[in-house]
Design a protein around this ligand. Structure first.
Ligand code: ADP
Length: 587
């Protein structure tokens, strides 16, 4: 718990020292004001029943009213400035989540536990804990109560020590109630992110165009409604359970408070009646005993509240500390050299999956070779590319680029050597230009135009009033376009070509293209990838004809390897069988 506290306040110390100063001033103000309102009324009452001197009464009244005004004004100023810092912190912490999401180990992005942790982190610093604002409020209150307790304890111990016992009993009773209530909130926090994720999926998908088409065409509305009802039921069950428990413990808390008041006012009333204390002391002691009880209770509540908030915020720390994509290599990649790739006895299985997806894969892709990769669904073709891209590390064997293990290359330099279009590539809600350039501002505008022409996107751009500056999607611009599947694919190809890397990998690049566009990609393939080393994954075996070599993936390895002419002749061969099955329909 203290580690979490240290984590957040060391950020504050490092980045915003004014935040810490404001917190300290706020604590001083929080402690000062109650004492002003405890001590001055004692003297006012004593003056009213005693000397009744108007000038003294005016001075005391001025002291309490102006003092309170001054406190209020200062508290307001400090709060306003703290709110600005809290805003800054909110952005800082959320930025931390998005930076981490982009830098964490890629395998974690496909891991449900890690995705859950992401949600817990976001909710932990916002909804449940109230973020840095919520945490700092508790820290301020905690220290304010501690100092207030010390002050009023001194007054009560000197004047009426019995009241200390009453206050302590009341605090113990009240704390049990608060502790039990917090336990309920913890239960909610444990269960809620899971239900929430399901809820967000069920409610969000109904609106998303790609789902809403299926919902309408396959009458899936009632299935979605059932899912929605199930999720709502789960939420209601959790809330119902915790609401009853919280209500019960709130009642117990109120009863304890009632008994405490009975004891304080009964005892002090009696002392006043028998003449042991005067009216000023009566006011001071009832006020102090109540303040003592409230402050002691406050200390315990804040300890529990801090624990609760820090538990939630710890999820953020856990997420931020998740495994980074640490890439250790440091060798430069010679981008002027046409690369040679080699997989040597490579075996791999996904984390937490027992079976190997690839087993003892061996292949050499010489400089400038265009390799076609084919195989049935799930044969491991995309995994082969993911390994080449260092998104996962091989379990056995090694992958070499120009004879050097790819792990030994500087990661950024290695990434620059690869231009990859995955099947599940994504376009961003940015302009077409930004989507193709992706932050690369070095190249000329002319390069942009030529890749658009090569990928077949230029015709579309010419029809758009804003050309390349047209926004994709309507998130940020109502004039943004919803590109078709084929247009998106062309944009992804343009993005890869613009990168102008020496290795080009296209994973099913024509799946969404119309036959004419597909034919263009095939016939321009040499122009598209030039003399670069290229890997082309496709189900359309006709695409293999324009590649130099073909690797057929099956049974978790490369089952067949050769040119189209060689493989087609292989009697009973896997490739020959697949090719003749497709040829029947495409001949
Ligand atoms: P292909 O591209 O040939 O269709 P993939 O390489 O995508 O095949 O997948 C190969 C196998 O690995 C499939 O059985 C698939 O379900 C499994 N797989 C893919 N990604 C993951 C993952 N992140 N975790 C576990 N299994 C995966």
């Amino acid at each position: 718990m203290l580690k979490t506290l240290k984590f957040f306040y060391s950020i504050a110390w490092r980045e915003r020292r004014d935040y810490i100063v404001l917190l300290l001033i706020s604590i001083i103000l929080n402690v000062g004001q109650p004492f002003l309102n405890l001590i001055i009324p004692k003297f006012i009452l004593e003056e009213l029943v005693g000397g009744r001197r108007p000038d003294v009464l005016i001075e005391l009244a001025a002291c309490i009213t102006l003092g309170n005004m001054l406190f209020m004004a200062l508290i307001h100023i400090v709060k306003t400035n703290l709110a600005k810092c809290d805003d800054w912190f909110d952005r800082y912490l959320n930025d931390g989540i998005s930076q981490k999401s982009m830098s964490m180990d890629f395998a974690l992005t496909e891991n449900p536990q890690a995705l859950n942790q992401y949600r817990k982190a976001s909710e932990g610093i916002a909804w449940y804990s109230g973020g840095m604002k919520g945490l700092s409020e508790s820290v301020q209150m905690f220290f304010s109560y501690i100092f207030t307790v010390a002050g009023v304890m001194f007054i009560v111990a000197v004047k009426s020590p019995v009241l200390l016992v009453v206050a302590i009993f009341a605090v113990v009773g009240g704390s049990v109630a608060v502790w039990q209530t917090n336990k309920c909130y913890k239960i909610e926090f444990e269960v809620f992110p899971k239900v929430n994720r399901a809820f967000a999926y069920v409610t969000g998908s109904v609106l998303e165009p790609r789902y809403s088409k299926c919902i309408r065409l396959y009458h899936a509305a009632s299935m979605m409604r059932d899912q929605f009802e199930e999720t709502t039921k789960q939420c209601a069950k959790i809330f119902g359970y915790t609401a009853v428990k919280i209500g019960r413990w709130n009642c117990i808390g109120s009863l304890v408070n009632f008994l405490k008041n009975l004891c304080i006012y009964g005892y002090l009333g009696y002392m006043f009646l028998i003449g042991n204390i005067n009216i000023g002391d009566f006011a001071l002691l009832t006020g102090s005993a109540n303040t003592l009880k409230d402050s002691l209770q406050g200390v315990l509540n804040q300890v529990q509240d801090l624990r609760k908030k820090l538990n939630f915020m710890e999820e953020y720390v856990k997420f931020i500390n998740m495994r980074e994509d640490t890439k250790l290599g440091s060798l430069p990649v010679d981008t002027n050299k046409i690369p040679m790739i080699e997989f040597r006895h490579v075996s791999f299985r996904y984390p937490s999956v027992k079976e190997y997806v690839l087993k003892d894969v061996n292949i050499v892709i010489p400089q400038g070779q265009h390799l076609s990769v084919v195989g049935l669904n799930g044969a491991g073709k995309t995994t082969f590319i993911k390994l080449l891209c260092r998104l996962y590390e091989v379990d056995e064997g090694e992958i070499l680029l120009n004879g050097v293990n790819i792990k030994d290359y500087d990661y950024d330099a290695y990434m620059k050597a690869l231009a990859v279009v995955f099947q599940d590539f994504k376009l961003f809600a940015l302009s077409m230009r930004e989507n193709i350039k992706l932050g690369d501002s070095e190249k000329e505008e002319q390069d942009l135009r030529s890749v658009c022409e090569l990928s077949g996107l230029a015709n579309k751009i010419d029809t758009l009033p804003k050309g390349l500056d047209t926004q994709i999607y309507k998130f940020f611009d109502k004039e943004g376009i919803e590109p078709s599947g084929g247009e998106m694919q062309k944009m992804a190809i343009a993005r890869a070509l613009y990168k102008d890397a020496p290795i080009v990998v296209l994973d099913e690049p024509t799946a969404a293209l119309d036959p004419i566009a597909e034919h263009e990609v095939y016939s321009h393939f040499d122009k598209l990838v030039g003399g670069k080393t290229a890997i082309y994954i496709s189900h359309r075996l006709s695409s293999c004809k324009f590649c130099d070599m073909i690797a057929v993936f099956a049974d978790n390895t490369i089952k067949e390897y050769g040119s189209h002419e060689e493989l087609i002749k292989k009697q009973g061969g896997f490739y020959a069988e697949m090719f003749s099955a497709q040829a029947k329909y495409y001949a």
